[in-house]
Design a protein around this ligand. Structure first.
Ligand code: UDP
Length: 321
C-alpha cells in the first residue's frame, strides 16, 4: 500500500513511518514542522520507499498518484504546545481533518484519525470506555485540543456515513518513548530530563492525579492492527495500569539514580484528575494489549534522553515558565 502519514516528523508519526515501511509499504510523510523535527525521520531520507513533503495540512493537500491509506497524526499534542499554538491546534483538528478526508474521498483511501483520551476531558466515569461521551470544558485552555479532536471524530464519522469513506479512529492515552522532545513539556519527558540533570522535579498540584502510560511500541502496534481491522467505532489504545504523578516521579528518580527533589508547581486549569483506558474493545476486536510495563518502558526511554542531555544540555519545559 501507499500510505500518507501527516505529522510524520513527530513522535508518533515517525514511529508509524518506521512500522509501515518495515511491513513493506510505501510511505509519504507530511509535516509543517511546528512541533515535529526532521531528526525523527532523518534515517528515512534517501530511501526509495519514503518521500517527505513539508506542508501544513490545514491547506489543500496535493499528493500525486495512488494513495491507499492516510494516518492523520498532525497536531500539537502536549498541553504546553497546544497552549502555545491554540489556533493551529484548532485548525489542524478541524480544517486539517477536513482536507485529509477530502483527499481520502478523492483517492479512495482509508483514513485513520489520531484522536485522544482528552475527548473524555476530566472524566466522571472511571476507567473510560469508548461509550463515555466525556466531560470537557469547551472554553477552557485545553478546549482548543479537546474540541478540535471531538470535531475531528465527528467529521470523520460524517465522511464515513455520508460519503462511504473507510475510517478508523484511535483514542490515544498518554504515550512515551524515544523521539519525544526533551522540552516537549509532558510529564514523562520532563521528569526524566529533570532527573538526569539534577534539576528539581516539577510536580503540578499535589501529584495525586493519575495517568496510565503506554510505551510507544505497544501503541504503534495497536494502531497498525486497528488500521487493517474493520472496526469503525472509536477505539481506546492505552495501558490500563494507572499511576499517580508522584509515583511516576519516584520511579524515574529510582531508575535514573537521581537525587533531584520533588517541587510543587500550580496545577494547570482543567487538568484531568484521573485517566485510565478501558481496553475491552481493543482486546476483543484486535486481540491487542500492551506488553511493556512502565518500569521497562522507562528503562528503554531513559538512555535516549541521557544522550540528548549529555550531547546538547537539553532541558525540560514546565507550564509555569
Ligand atoms: N505534570 C506534572 N509535571 C510536569 C508535567 C506534567 O506534574 O512537569 C502532570 C500534569 O499536571 C498532569 C500529568 O502530569 O496531571 C500528565 O501531564 P501531561 O502534560 O504529560 O499530559 P496530559 O495527560 O495532562 O495531557
Amino acid at each position: 500500500m501507499r500510505i500518507l502519514i501527516t505529522g510524520a516528523a513527530g513522535f508518533l508519526g515517525s514511529h508509524l513511518c518506521d512500522r509501515f515501511l518495515a511491513d513493506g509499504h510505501t510511505v509519504v510523510g507530511m509535516d509543517n514542522l511546528i512541533t515535529g523535527s526532521p531528526d525523527n525521520i532523518a534515517h528515512l531520507f534517501g530511501r526509495g520507499d519514503f518521500d517527505f513533503i513539508e506542508h501544513d495540512v490545514t491547506n489543500f493537500i496535493y499528493v500525486e498518484g495512488q494513495l491507499d491509506g492516510i494516518l492523520h497524526f498532525a497536531s500539537p499534542a502536549s498541553p504546553i504546545d497546544y497552549l502555545e499554538h491554540p489556533i493551529p491546534t484548532l485548525k489542524v483538528g478541524s480544517l486539517g481533518t477536513h482536507k485529509v478526508l477530502g483527499l481520502a474521498k478523492a483517492k479512495g483511501a482509508r483514513v485513520l484519525l489520531a484522536s485522544t483520551s482528552e475527548v473524555y476531558g476530566d472524566p466522571q466515569v472511571h476507567p473510560q470506555p469508548e461509550s463515555y461521551w466525556g466531560h470537557v470544558n469547551p472554553v477552557g485552555p485545553r478546549g482548543v485540543y479537546d474540541e478540535a479532536k471531538r470535531f475531528a471524530e465527528a467529521i470523520t464519522m460524517a465522511y464515513h456515513r455520508f460519503h462511504g469513506v473507510e475510517t478508523r479512529i484511535v483514542r490515544i492515552f498518554n504515550t512515551y518513548g524515544p523521539r519525544m522532545r526533551p522540552a516537549d513539556g509532558r510529564v514523562v519527558s520532563n521528569f526524566i530530563v529533570q532527573a538526569l540533570r539534577g534539576d528539581p522535579i516539577s510536580i503540578y498540584g499535589d501529584g495525586s492525579q493519575t495517568r496510565s502510560f503506554t510505551y510507544v511500541d505497544d501503541l504503534v502496534e495497536g494502531i497498525f492492527q486497528l488500521f487493517f481491522s474493520d472496526r469503525v467505532d472509536p477505539t481506546n489504545l492505552g495501558n490500563p495500569h494507572e499511576f499517580t504523578v508522584r509515583e511516576l516521579a519516584k520511579l524515574v528518580l529510582q531508575l535514573t539514580g537521581s537525587d533531584s527533589q520533588l517541587t510543587p508547581h500550580p496545577l494547570p486549569k482543567d487538568d484531568p484528575k484521573v485517566r485510565q483506558p478501558d481496553i475491552t474493545a481493543a482486546r476483543a476486536a484486535l486481540n491487542w494489549e500492551p506488553r511493556v510495563e512502565l518500569r521497562e518502558g522507562l528503562e528503554r526511554t531513559i538512555p535516549y534522553f541521557r544522550r540528548l542531555v549529555e550531547a546538547d544540555g537539553a532541558v525540560a519545559r514546565t507550564l509555569s515558565e
